[in-house]
Design a protein around this ligand. Structure first.
Ligand code: BTN
Length: 311
């Protein structure tokens, strides 16, 4: 199956035109910016209308966007324009998994986003239910961190999103609200290409139906929530924490992780690929590993599926 994206370069002129259209702009100016004749502006306006924009045209004054869609490739590009982290937006109405798209395209600084996913991937081979109304996106980052620090990026992403959404953290990076899952993060390393990439996949329950153990922002706030606003907040926070991590801020980020954590102090069962650990979660170590006190022993785990023990 071929999934066709709508690709927008963050710096392309049409993104700037949309920004100006939100304030109101003359037809002459649009034509000049896009390098088209005034009579061909309608093609551009029609494309915007297809994405759900309502564009008002006033004779002698010009054009103005009076309503923007909840999500569109241009809205995403406008957010990215303010956040110097992403060069291109690949927007899909449907795809298998944005992490898979990111791996196939294998280009850094791209944001892949889908209205829904047919094979949304979760950690440990689980599926991530991805119905319409949620936010499903993946960011590709050049591998600027040493490979052994990638688990720290996973934890840092959790801190960034928990802060943006007022959530708590379940190790390693599930963002919860009142014990129910609001956001899942799946970081994958793409090491076989010439320039290795990190794919950060993020699924946020916004207005979508969730599995029983999940919760959406719509449920929390009792009304529909703007996905563009959530994306803007999350990307800003992600950028802030990502640069802090790159500039040696892990020690403080780790303290923030601990403060947001609802895992520390709980009896946990952690399943890794070939072992299961049971005990009290006592600390997050400097390397980003979870320290579990099992009897008299302390063990450190870097990845795994974490469950709370019912006592
Ligand atoms: C988890 O198991 O908690 C991680 C879920 C990650 C889901 C997101 S949705 C966007 C991206 N594409 C995927 O296929 N998975 C991640």
């Amino acid at each position: 199956m071929v999934y066709r994206p709508y690709v927008v370069r963050v710096q392309e002129i049409s993104v700037e035109v949309i920004k100006r259209l939100k304030e109101g702009i003359s037809g002459e100016k649009i034509a000049e910016m896009l390098g088209v004749s005034r009579t061909s502006i309608w093609k551009f306006v029609r494309r915007l209308e297809d994405f759900g924009y309502i564009v008002e045209r006033r004779r002698g004054v010009g054009y103005r966007i009076v309503k923007s869609p909840d999500l569109s490739p241009y809205e995403v590009a406008l957010i990215c324009k303010d956040i110097d982290l992403i060069n291109e937006v690949y927007y899909y109405t449907v795809t298998d998994s944005t992490n898979q798209r990111a791996k196939d395209v294998a280009k850094p600084k791209v944001l892949f986003i889908a209205e829904r996913q047919t094979k949304g991937r979760g950690r440990y081979g689980r599926t991530w239910m991805s119905k319409v109304g949620g936010l499903y996106f993946s960011i590709t980052l050049p591998q600027e961190l040493p490979i052994e620090d990638v688990p720290k990026l996973t934890l840092t992403t959790g801190v960034a999103i928990a802060n943006a959404l007022n959530g708590t953290l379940k190790w390693p990076n599930d963002v919860l609200y009142k014990g129910r899952k609001l956001c899942g993060i799946l970081c994958e390393l793409l090491g076989e290409v010439e320039n290795p990439l990190i794919v950060v996949g993020i699924g946020i329950n916004v207005n979508n139906p969730t599995p029983e153990e999940g919760i959406s922002l719509k449920e929390i706030y009792g009304k529909e929530v703007s996905r563009v606003d959530v994306l803007r907040k999350v990307l800003k926070s992600f950028k802030y924490y990502y640069y802090r991590l790159l500039s040696g801020g892990w020690i403080e980020i780790r303290e923030e992780w601990k403060a947001l954590s609802e895992t520390l102090g709980k009896n946990v069962i952690v399943r890794t690929v070939n072992r299961t650990y049971k005990g009290l979660a006592v600390d997050l170590d400097e390397d980003g590993g979870l320290i579990i006190k099992s009897g008299q022993n302390l063990v450190k785990v870097f990845s795994g599926d974490c469950f709370y023990q019912k006592i």
